[in-house]
Design a protein around this ligand. Structure first.
Ligand code: UDP
Ligand code: LCN
Length: 797
């Protein structure tokens, strides 16, 4: 947090105003942070007395808008806190203005005809009465703070909280059977007495005893079998409960709630794309989210089974991944209603079709940007299907990405169960001015609908899981994905003064892992399948007449610069080819190997993919790269996808992720665990996954020349010094092993689900007004936007 914006600029008034005069003299009138820093560097050149404090201050200016002789500034004074200023150049005056005034200026800037009197959304009053993390560095550690808050409340308002906990424990049933307490315990005092009696009674038994006799003795005292699998576990649960009633603290509270068996049925929602287990990765809109969920459910099922076992319950939990059924599903299984997830005991993919709409649209894949009008009816039909499959309702609903999160909102409301949201990537940060110029982009992207859905999900969820810190709150000098929803305007439609509270205890960072069966270090020769290795080597490096492979390498022994991604604009794979094409020095040292989309535009139906395919061919022709690039436009099997990284690592290559923005970046983890050093974008997840220079490298993909130079420098270093590559490779493996792990992920997810379930239970009444507010946003803002899309689809012939 800076001291005070006004006092700093009054100290540097001369430079500050001169700099803003320079900005105002430029043709461009709307500047973002990067432009401002660049302009300030230009301004500073002739001076040697520019103070560091002023320099640092310019890095806080997220936006500057020049209108006449005034400049309006959005100053991010601290993570999650912005202030707004109007600087009047003629009068040499600076005044602080409100968020609303600032947003109105932006609306006028876009179009002076924009109405000033539009709907303003402000969720702040709802945030103010909720517990919050205090320090920015603790953003994303929500559950620890929630536990502290709850336990301190238990300390001060002991009786109220004892009663709440008592009622909560009585609530838990499975198939009509009580799990924790029965009616033999009358109230909290009685419970206190019986805890002591039960602990004493259990002392007589062996620790491993789980006999009916033990159960009976406990039932007489009011305790049911869900407290633990044997005498040892039950005694531990009772002692923890005793401590919680006697001297509550956050650790004891977390431990006790985590022990309660409350999650048996989980619904995981992911409607868009092709959700399948084979032959789907790389299709439009089908990437990391599918990988993430399929790994997540396997780990979660294990965690659930083991936790239920520990509780003494012999119940098989059920997980259902809910997605859409696509009638024309290419060669995938996405037209199948129910599919078991391999290597699980009771985890399924349930596909529900969109029923109402133009068959030309709904019978096919629908872009994630176009899916909105079908989701309400999907949720309605899915609720019936889920009820049937679970033989009841789910205990937890996890939404994925904007569409899944909206459906999770509708379903959680319907079933009255805990709602968890995972964004994966919020589109708002990916496209520059996607809010301000929404009218120009809506034709293609329907952002006004998506951002409304995101606002609803962010504010309705009981808890959010993010893969990184930056996803929530960015860095010292860059805005986080969630943070970008804090204040914004969709001119002419509505403005948002407070759309998210980054300090909310609902935010929790739990990073995903990688599937260790598929992705493992290239050095583990014993785990590799030689036939797969050979076929991949052939596909990547040897001559081929396969029509899905483009380019023949003249010097296949050069260092491979490898990338693999869906071919969408943000993945920016074409930039890698451009840097390569423009730099003959890199060409002398390396080849480009790309696994992406397809190589013929005529075979694609996705607008961005078509543009990227055409641009890729244009670059290859322009720089004459036919014998230096290998482009594989095929979908890989999972085992092949794993082996690709290792084959590239065998040849001491590099994985390059040049994304304009990457929400997290599972490919980065996959490459790193394979021992393949990564050079990745500094925008998004890779900034946190990779520690620059230690276990990989960052590039700024907006800067062509700088990125190419970094790559060239890395190639030269690894040519000159064998140890350079080896060291980065080893550290990459170490980084993933130490920090990214599905087992830890699922244990945390499970414990969070229970704690936020408890929190939902005790705050149910207090959230009625925010629920009503969200209901209005859904019906008055979201639905009419979705209807517009539907009208467009219905007129498609
Ligand atoms: N992937 C693949 N084949 C392709 C493109 C991608 O197998 O042609 C896989 C890749 O290995 C990774 C996932 O799809 O597991 C992409 O995840 P990431 O998080 O990197 O990006 P996303 O596609 O989710 O934006
Ligand atoms: C979506 C993305 O765009 C990626 O960055 C993530 O890695 C993926 O989902 C999984 O969370």
């Amino acid at each position: 947090m800076i001291n005070s914006f006004l006092s700093i600029i009054s100290e540097y008034q001369d430079h500050f105003f001169s700099f803003l005069n320079l900005l105002n003299s430029k043709e461009k009138k709307l500047f973002i942070l990067g432009d401002i820093v660049e302009a300030f560097t230009e301004y500073s050149k002739p001076f040697d007395d520019i103070d560091e404090e002023l320099q640092e201050l310019t890095k806080l200016l997220q936006e500057a808008i020049c209108m006449g002789n005034s400049i309006y500034l959005d100053v991010r004074v601290a993570i999650g806190h912005s202030e707004f200023y109007a600087v009047h150049l003629e009068d040499v005056e600076v005044e602080q203005i409100s968020i609303k005034e600032y947003l109105m200026i932006k609306e006028k800037f876009v179009d002076p005809g924009n109405p000033a009197n539009i709907l303003t959304l402000d969720f702040k009053p709802f945030y103010e009465r909720m517990p919050a993390v205090r320090d920015a560095k603790n953003i994303g550690a929500g559950v620890e703070y929630l536990n502290r808050y709850l336990s301190s409340q238990m300390f001060t308002e002991t009786d109220k909280w004892k009663n709440l906990l008592f009622d909560f424990m009585k609530l838990h049933k499975h198939n009509g059977t009580q799990l924790i307490l029965n009616d033999r315990v009358r109230d909290t005092d009685h419970l206190n007495v019986n805890i002591d009696k039960a602990i004493k009674k259990l002392e007589k038994y062996e620790k491993t005893d789980s006999s009916e006799k033990v159960k009976h003795d406990l039932q007489v005292l009011g305790f049911e079998p869900g407290l633990g699998k044997d005498v040892k576990e039950i005694t531990e649960s009772l002692k923890i409960l005793d401590r919680l009633f006697d001297s509550p603290d956050h650790i004891v509270l977390g431990e006790f709630i985590s022990r309660i068996p409350m999650i048996f049925n989980v619904a995981i929602i992911s409607p868009h794309g092709y959700f399948g287990q084979e032959g789907v990765l790389g299709l439009p809109d089908t990437g990391g989210q599918v990988v993430y969920i399929l790994d997540q459910v396997k780990a979660l099922e294990k965690a659930l089974i083991s936790s239920l076992k520990k509780s003494g319950l012999n119940v098989l939990p059920k997980i259902i991944i809910l997605t859409r059924l696509i009638p024309n599903a290419r060669d995938t299984t996405c037209d199948t209603r129910l599919e078991k997830v391999t290597n699980t005991r009771n985890t399924w993919i349930l596909r529900v079709p969109f029923r109402k709409g133009n068959p030309k649209v709904i019978d096919n894949w629908i872009s994630r940007f176009e899916i909105w009008p079908y989701l309400e009816e999907f949720a309605e039909n899915a609720s019936v299907a889920l009820k049937g499959e679970f033989q009841g309702k789910p205990d937890l609903i996890i939404g994925n990405y904007s569409d899944g999160n909206l459906v999770s909102y509708l379903l959680s409301k319907k079933f009255d169960v805990t709602q968890c949201c995972i964004a994966h990537a919020l589109e708002k940060s990916k496209y520059l001015f996607s809010d301000l110029y929404w009218k120009d982009m809506d034709d293609h992207y329907n952002f006004s609908t998506q951002f409304t859905a995101d606002l609803i999900a962010i504010n309705s969820s009981d808890f959010q899981i993010t893969s990184t810190y930056q996803e929530i709150a960015g860095t010292e000098f860059s805005v986080g994905q969630y943070e970008s929803h804090k204040h914004f305007t969709l001119p002419g439609l509505y403005r948002v003064e407070n759309g998210v509270n980054l300090y909310h205890t609902k935010f929790n960072i739990i990073s995903p892992g990688v599937n260790e069966k598929i992705y493992f270090p290239y050095t583990k020769a014993e785990k590799r399948i030689s036939s797969t290795k050979n076929s991949i080597t052939q596909m990547l490096f040897e001559n081929s007449d396969d029509h899905e492979i483009f380019g023949t390498l003249e010097y296949p022994d050069r260092i491979p610069l490898f990338s693999m991604a869906r071919l969408d604009k943000n993945k920016n794979l074409t930039a890698l080819v451009r840097w390569y094409g423009q730099n003959p020095e890199i060409q002398k040292l390396a080849n480009i190997i790309i696994v992406a989309g397809q190589i013929e535009a005529s075979r694609s139906s996705d607008k961005e993919e078509i543009d990227q395919i055409n641009y890729m061919h244009h670059l290859i022709n322009k720089y004459n790269l036919h014998n230096k690039i290998r482009w594989i436009g095929k979908l890989f099997r999972k085992d092949e996808a794993g082996e690709v990284y290792r084959v590239i690592a065998d040849r001491k290559g590099f994985f390059v992720q040049p994304g304009l923005f990457e929400g997290f970046g599972l490919t980065v983890l996959e490459a790193m665990i394979s021992g393949l050093p990564v050079i990745a974008t500094k925008y998004g997840g890779p900034l946190e996954i990779i520690q620059d220079g230690k276990n990989g490298f960052h590039i700024d993909p907006i800067n062509d020349e700088e990125s190419a130079n970094i790559i060239l420098d890395i190639l030269r270093k690894s040519k000159e010094d064998d140890k350079f590559w080896d060291q980065i490779s080893k550290k990459s493996i170490q980084r993933v092993n130490e920090s990214y792990n599905w087992k830890l992920y699922s244990e945390r997810l499970l414990s969070l689900s229970k704690i936020y379930g408890f929190w939902k239970y005790i705050t149910d009444l207090e959230t009625k007004d925010s629920d009503a507010y969200l209901d209005i946003v859904y019906h008055m803002l979201f639905k009419p936007r979705a209807q517009n899309i539907l009208d467009k689809h219905n007129s498609t012939t």
